[in-house]
Ligand binder design. Structure first.
Ligand code: G3I
Length: 344
C-alpha cells in the first residue's frame, strides 16, 4: 500500500485533509479522501455559524455526517474550530454590536457553545482547535503583535484560558490545540514576532495550569513567500516541544499567482511554480518528521477543484494550492511528500 496514510503510518504520523461536505458527494473526491488520508477536518461544518445559525437551533447534520464518514473509514478527526473571530453567527455578532447581548452574557454563551459542542462529540475528536488566530499580524496596525479580534475586544485576554478550561472539562481526553498561521519559523522574517508572541503567551498560560496540549501551525504558504528550510521549521516545533507540547501542521497548502502562463490544471513537471509548491509541501512535512512530537500533517483540501484559495485571493488571482489538480491527478507536490515518507 503506497497511499500517503500507509506510508505515514510507518512513522507513526497521521496524514489528514480538510473536507468540504458538498465535495464529498463526488465519487472521485470521496475515493481519494478515503484512500489517502488517516484524519479529516471539517472545512466549515463545525464553525459556530454552521452549527447554530439561529440562536438555540443547532444544525448538527453536516458535522455529524463527516464524523460518521471518519468512523466508517477508521479515520481520526481534528475538530475545527471552537473559538474564532470569523464565521460567527450574525445573531451573536449583531447582538453584541447593538447591545442586546452583554459582555457577561457573551462569556456565558461562549462557555455554553464550547461545552455543548465538545460534549456532543466527546470521544470522537482526536484534536480540538480550541482557539484559532488570536494574534495580530506584523502588517496590522499597530504593528506590535497583540491579541486581536472579536473575542479579545469583547472579553479581554482571559477568554483564552477560559476556553481551554471549558474544553478540557467537556472532554478530558481530546488534545487541545492553539492554532494559527504564519507560524512556520523563527528567524528574522516578519512572522517571527508572531511566533514569539504566541510562544510566550502559551508558555505563561501553561505555567498557570491552563490545559493547552498542542501547537497547530496552519501552514498556508505560497510559492513566492514562506520559503523556509526544514531545519528552520523544526526549530519552531522544537520550541513548543520543549514546553512539553505536541504539535501538528493543520491546514497546509501552497498557493501560486495565476499569472505569466500559469493555467489551472497545469501539470507541467518543470513549471517552476509546481516545483516550488512541492518544495514547500515537503519542507513542512520534513520538519514534522524531524520533530518527534509532531503528530499529524493535514492539508487544507487536496484538490484544486475544491480549494478556498481561488475564491479568497482574486487580485492578483492565486490558485494551484493543493496536491491534486482539478481533474484529481496527483501533482508534483503529491509525489514529493510521498517520497519524503518513503525515504525518511
Ligand atoms: O455560507 C455560504 C453559502 O450559503 C453560500 O452558498 C456559499 C456560496 O458562496 O458561500 C457560503 O459561505 C462561504 C463558506 O466558506 C462556505 O463555503 C463563505 O462565503 C466563505 O467565506 C467561506 O470560506 C471559508 C473561510 O475559512 C472563511 O473564514 C473557507 O471555505 C475555509 O476554507 C476557510 O478556512 C480557514 C480556516 O477555517 C482557518 N484558517 C484559515 C482558513 C483559510 O481561510
Amino acid at each position: 500500500d503506497q497511499s500517503l496514510k500507509a506510508l505515514a503510518a510507518r512513522h507513526n504520523l497521521v496524514i489528514g485533509t480538510a473536507i468540504s461536505n458538498d465535495a464529498l458527494a463526488e465519487p472521485q473526491y470521496k475515493a481519494i479522501a478515503t484512500q489517502q488520508f488517516s484524519s479529516v477536518t471539517h472545512e466549515n461544518a463545525m464553525k459556530w455559524e454552521s452549527l447554530e445559525p439561529t440562536r438555540g437551533t443547532y444544525n448538527w447534520a453536516p458535522a455529524d455526517a463527516l464524523i460518521d464518514f471518519a468512523r466508517k473509514n477508521n479515520q481520526k478527526v481534528r475538530g475545527h474550530v471552537l473559538v474564532w473571530h470569523n464565521q460567527l453567527p450574525t445573531w451573536l455578532t449583531e447582538g453584541v454590536a447593538n447591545g442586546t447581548i452583554s459582555k457577561t452574557e457573551l462569556r456565558d454563551l461562549l462557555k455554553k457553545h464550547i461545552t455543548t459542542v465538545v460534549k456532543r462529540y466527546k470521544g470522537k475528536i482526536w484534536h480540538w482547535d480550541v482557539v484559532n488566530e488570536a494574534a495580530s499580524d506584523p502588517w496590522d496596525t499597530p504593528s506590535e503583535i497583540h491579541l486581536k479580534g472579536f473575542w479579545a475586544q469583547n472579553l479581554g485576554p482571559t477568554y483564552i484560558a477560559d476556553a481551554f478550561r471549558w474544553a478540557r472539562a467537556a472532554d478530558p481526553h481530546a488534545l487541545l490545540f492553539y492554532n494559527d498561521y504564519n507560524m512556520e519559523a523563527f528567524g528574522d522574517r516578519g512572522p517571527s514576532d508572531k511566533v514569539w508572541f504566541i510562544y510566550n503567551l502559551i508558555k505563561n498560560l501553561r505555567a498557570q495550569g491552563v490545559p493547552i496540549d498542542g501547537f497547530g501551525s496552519q501552514g498556508h504558504l505560497g510559492t513566492q513567500y514562506g520559503n523556509f528550510d526544514a531545519f528552520q521549521v523544526k526549530e519552531t516545533l522544537d520550541a513548543f516541544s520543549d514546553l512539553g507540547m505536541v504539535s501538528a501542521f493543520t491546514e497546509v497548502d501552497v498557493r501560486s499567482q495565476m499569472t505569466a502562463g500559469v493555467q489551472a490544471g497545469d501539470t507541467n513537471e518543470i513549471n517552476p511554480r509546481l516545483q516550488a509548491s512541492a518544495h514547500n509541501f515537503s519542507v513542512l512535512l520534513q520538519a514534522c518528521l524531524l520533530n518527534r512530537h509532531c503528530l499529524s500533517y493535514t492539508v487544507w483540501g487536496f484538490t484544486d477543484k475544491h480549494s478556498w484559495v481561488p475564491t479568497w485571493f482574486t487580485n492578483p488571482p492565486e490558485g494551484l494550492a493543493t496536491l491534486y489538480d482539478e481533474n484529481y491527478q496527483p501533482k508534483r507536490a503529491y509525489n514529493s511528500i510521498k517520497s519524503d515518507l518513503i525515504f525518511a
